[in-house]
Write a protein that binds this ligand. Sequence first.
Ligand code: HEM
Ligand code: FES
Length: 361
Amino acid sequence: MSVKYIPVQWNPNKWIYDAVMLAGVALFLWVFLYLTPEVLSHDQPVTAQIRNARAFGACAFVMLTVILCIGPAARLDRRFLPLLYNRRHFGVMTAFVALTHAGYILNWYFAFSSSDKLVGLLYANASLGQIAGFPFELFGIFALICLLILAATSHDFWLKFLTPPVWKRLHYLIYAAYFAVAAHVSLGILQDQKNHVFTVLFMLGAGAVIVLHLAAWLRERSEAAAKDGAWAEVARVGDFRDGYAKIAKLANGDRVAVYLMEGQLSAISNACAHQNGPLGEGKIIDCLVTCPWHGFQYDVRNGRSPAPFTEKVPTYRLRIMGDMVEVHPDANPPGTYVEPVPLPEPPPEPEPDVPEDGATA
Ligand code: HEM
Ligand code: FES
């Protein structure tokens, strides 16, 4: 399993995700261009080219807002998790939409520029010393560069090549891009609005990003304070389904996948040794869980891949308190065998009343 780079396979979920996203973008542009032409009207007269630029700009802003809301929303409520796994596709599409916006701007405002369009864009407005009239396009250019870097490095190849920690740090650029877009819009465009619907929508969008991030951070901080060093609750005994996992979040931020297999519980790290895939989403067959991303397998009792493969993930100790399954937060070294914990026997069924001889039902 570790011998070569294995790309993520396409699956029906990804196709559906992308189709919904494309339909969403098309719907947004259609509503923007044909149903609400006055909503974004500025003081200046508007041509079709400018209207298109605005539609794509606003769409990219909304997409970026949604991308940034998905992470904290999934941390607050697991029902948002499916949105998280294909978020990279969302990002790539956002970069394309933003690029189209920039293309319309260049081909309209700078179409007849005597110099190169890009040079014209950079030198057209030099009022760097004042807020009103500041060249807000610079923020747009910066955001676009960030989005293009993120899109170009979104493929699993780069995750593998750069290693997950570096890749993750690089992808924090999304926040820089969002701040730049917020500056781009509020410095240049909002000041020129006749109708304030867009201003309100813009503030609601940016507000949602801030509030969701704060809420997820506060929730995780209070959970961490409550659980630090202590056994962490996973789920009730009756909530487990044979062959599947429940996931626990530890105070240090690590996630543990706790599986029920033939009446016994075992726990391993939720992060696959290959590329941090979510092992807790995998199903168990013959003591082996299969990672949903690229199919690496691990024995859930010792966290080891079956021979001849050598991948290992950390295991964890479990205990049952009352009807609650708990996990110890200290991870065992990767590959350490842990005796599975049997589920308690259900109490015996009460004996049915035996009718006395001669009694009728
Ligand atoms: C090279 C990069 C960019 C340039 C030169 C640029 C330039 C502009 C210009 C000149 C406008 C005003 C259009 C008008 O109303 O006449 C505008 C609007 C806008 N831009 Fe950009 N932009 C760039 C990148 C971006 C990016 C990356 C985003 C978002 C991800 C973005 C989002 C917006 C939004 C939301 C508007 C307001 C649309 C409206 O008025 O309704 N821009 N941009
Ligand atoms: S197999 Fe690739 S992340 Fe698990």
